[in-house]
Ligand binder design. Sequence first.
Ligand code: AMP
Ligand code: ZN
Length: 461
Amino acid sequence: MINLYNYLTKKKEVFKSIKPRQAGFYACGPTVYNYAHIGNLRTYIFEDILKRALEYGGYRVKHVMNITDVEDKIIRDSRKAGKNIFDFVKPYEKAFFEDLKKLNIEKAWKYPKATRHIKEMIKIIAALLKKGLAYEAEGSIYFDISKFKSYGALSGLKNRELSAEGGPATGWKAGARVDVDEYEKASAEDFVLWKAAKAGEPAWSAPFGKGRPGWHIECSAMSMKYLGETFDVHAGAVDLIFPHHENEIAQSKGATGKSFAKYFIEGEHLLVNGEKMSKSLGNVYNLRDIEAKNFNPLAFRYLILTAHYRSKLNFTWESLQAAQNALENLKNIFAATKNNAKKSKISEKDFRKYKKEFLTFINDDLDMPRAVALLWEIIKTDKISAKTKYNLILDFDKILGLNLSKIRIKNIPLIIAKLANEREIYRKEKKFAEADKLRKKIESLGWLVEDTSAGYKLKRD
Ligand code: AMP
Ligand code: ZN
């Protein structure tokens, strides 16, 4: 049974699905106004691990990831580019799917687009108006947070003072309104559900006037349409807890009177050189930047696996280089193990023992760093047969997603792969004399080690 940290209850809980052996899983997808940056990609990889872990545990996962194709930033940047929003987002949407493929992220069941679900959004807004949870002001529709008792429960804002003016017991500015899609905690106010049409902005007809949806309502509409009013898991990164997920809960529960997602699983952020990514620092990297430096996208995936999803991860080019070296090592040793596996027998007892240990880590709120450490322990041990190792590694890779089954590498004898791995460790520790000794040993066995920016390569002499 898998335990996951649920932001709704602020504790680790045993995951129990609503329907047996099936899990409804909604993850907030990209706002396609630019290429996904490596922070976004960290979140998509974490969500892929979560989904694969549920599948590994026997659940059929109905995974929905939306594409936000109408929103403030899209409108702003499409105008700058002199394009309509539909033409403007197209290349970024295409790039997003390319990124997923390169990172070996499993395809979702559905990728609904916001602009194709306006009807569903209008329906929710109409229900909120009818229940008195929303109101009209200057042609726009707002959610009245003072009418929704549990507003702030997810983000922990509920009992916090939020404005100098005070307001009701809950502390936010009663009646103050916020029109923009993204805002900070300091302004927990009535948020916009439907924005009155403005010249030069896309607009749709609605019973309450022409306009366009606010960002938050998009996810309520698309998640409930495909997964039902109450579903299992909602995921994203921590920046979405407030206001996005808080608002999603308010809108959805407010409209249906039923509970929304049962588990909110939120991943921590990726930093670059210890800092938040920002245009002004010039550190907003995407997968194209990684590839331009000759890194394998899967090395980035490996790097993500080395940190727990609820810990911040600091990206540096050195850490990516180390991840790439580790992945190359892993592939070399795995290829050698594959060759030896043909001549060896599996031990079911060993297989079960290590699989059980692996599951202990996965089921403990996706402890991937320990799962990866176990993988290396298995690779290095001489105590289990090559066939057992091979089967275990392929089995683990169902969750790790490093695409190890697809590796085609020359027949490198295990002894050579192991020596090369040891040499790499010495090099990392800057013990060059020891590393050189091993190079000579490898050469004496008829192989050459070549150091490249993508890690070392082994060649027959
Ligand atoms: P967006 O396209 O801005 O809606 O973001 C897509 C996903 O990336 C969301 O789940 C965000 O929470 C997440 N995200 C944004 N910035 C970061 C970051 N620095 N590290 C990790 N995830 C992030
Ligand atoms: Zn969302």
